[in-house]
Ligand binder design. Sequence first.
Ligand code: HEC
Length: 168
Amino acid sequence: MSAHHEEAHTGGKKSIPQILFWFVLVFAVPYFVVTSVISLGFSDSKSVPYPASHPEVTAKRIEKVGSVEMKAVDREPKSGEEVYAAQCAACHTAGVAGAPKFGDAGAWAARIKNGYETLLTSALKGKGAMGAQGGGAFNDFEIGRAVVHMANAAGGKLPEPKKPEAAK
Ligand code: HEC
């Protein structure tokens, strides 16, 4: 197989190993990247042993979205204090990862000055070491109540957020 070897070095035809190498790089690597991204994205959804087009799969997906909507519509919204205890206290009580501590006026004053909308956006979408707080067990209105609860415990005078029409 020395003929192949020489050809590779004289810039002639590509050797089989080179072709394989480029094949792997061009096709296989993106394939694995794409499939692993897809499996990551869906890893928290219920795994269903049917092809994606099966009616039961569609039913499961619709059911999932539907139940999220039901949750937001059917139950009484939680108070800021309840949301805080359930989802925010883990970081904000002790000041984990630089979180402004609950009741610490010094840590909150400059943030409160930025206004409720800024604070709410930070909470919903995340900021620095804080991940997004929206889109989980609590709706945006409830996260807003938790923001007000925290800000006002640290010397803020933010009004209670208005209950959105859709959540009634
Ligand atoms: C994983 C820990 C963690 C959790 C859980 C957490 N936070 Fe935070 N929070 C932080 C950190 C860290 C900061 C400081 C971010 C920065 O300024 O870089 C912060 C900052 C904030 C701010 C100030 C944002 C600004 O614009 O200055 C608000 C408001 C806030 N959090 C609200 C909440 C609410 C409401 C919850 C619960 C629904 C919550 N946080 C849950 C870690 C957390």
